[in-house]
Design a protein around this ligand. Structure first.
Ligand code: HPA
Length: 281
């Protein structure tokens, strides 16, 4: 089991990627479940399969392509992960977050993380977009932190602060862009669970009680590693379903529903991201 990578592994992957593209992205974008089609908007794309890149795992989940797409969105150089890695796939926390550190070595200083999430806040509906203000990382809280193991001082501190994981400047920019586009954004706390089982109704009620607005199976480990490495982070959840909080409800959560709603949201999310990138560039 891979519990830590040496600095040289991240460097090797970054050197390989650099040898395969002339673009110099400063912004990374991770696409969540059902959001892979967004990568088709990338212009002048250089595409690398994860399997080609040293030390990269491969994505095993339906709805997650496994490609790094480097090119331009809104005229801005970006490095897009079309498909991400999850803890439930059997990879370690260090493996699922390896691409974030590789991006940092590539010179990327801003990371936009997207995901599909279940709505816990009673005011949320399927199709809503939520800016992640903060997270509760259940995986990290029970001992599965991506920063577990020897600290790599080249990335950051042994005991990094996590009081401002999601950049206040970028959260405000997202609101400004959304207002101009007449798009309504929700804000909230994202609870990250390891999955792959969806939550029981009692777990959903528990998470609401402790202050979570949405729940998913990704993002928090990547955000933790990015913040540790000094990157600015923006997180956007697409609320693909309302998490079921009532026992014996006839409703069921399904991966198909998550993927389908994700697809429906892609045009709005693409517009928001293009506006954001134009604002950052
Ligand atoms: N729970 C956990 N992860 C998810 C959900 C959910 O309801 N929807 C999309 N990803």
């Amino acid at each position: 089991m891979i519990t830590s990578f040496p600095l040289a592994a991240y460097q090797e992957a970054a050197t390989f990627i650099r040898s395969r593209t002339a673009h110099h992205p400063k912004i990374g974008l991770v696409l969540g479940s059902g959001l892979s089609p967004l990568a088709e908007a990338v212009e002048n794309a250089h595409v690398l399969a994860y399997g080609e890149i040293p030390h990269f795992p491969v994505s095993t989940v339906e709805g997650h392509a496994g490609r790094l797409v480097i090119g331009q969105l809104a005229g801005v150089d970006v490095c897009v992960m079309q498909g991400r890695f999850h803890f439930y796939e059997g990879y370690t926390q260090q493996q699922i977050t390896l691409p974030v550190r590789v991006m940092q070595r590539l010179g990327i200083d801003t990371l936009i993380l997207t995901n599909a999430a279940g709505g816990i806040n009673p005011s949320f509906r399927a199709g809503d977009l939520m800016i992640i203000d903060d997270h509760i990382n259940f995986m990290g809280l029970v001992g599965n932190s991506p920063l577990h193991g020897p600290n790599l001082n080249d990335f950051g501190l042994r005991f990094p602060s996590m009081t401002d994981v999601y950049s206040p400047v970028l959260r405000r920019l997202a609101d400004d862009v959304a207002t101009r586009q007449e798009e309504t954004l929700k804000h909230g706390v994202y609870a990250a669970l390891s999955g792959p089982a969806f939550e029981t109704p009692a777990e959903v009620r528990f998470m609401r009680l402790i202050g979570a607005d949405a729940v998913g199976m990704s993002t928090a480990p990547e955000a933790t590693v990015a913040r540790h490495a000094g990157m600015r982070v923006l997180g956007i959840s697409t609320i693909t379903n309302v998490a079921i909080d009532v026992l014996d409800s006839q409703a069921q959560t399904s991966h198909e529903e998550v993927i389908e709603t994700g697809r429906l949201v892609v045009p709005r999310l693409t517009r928001l991201l293009l506006g954001l990138l134009a604002g950052m560039g």
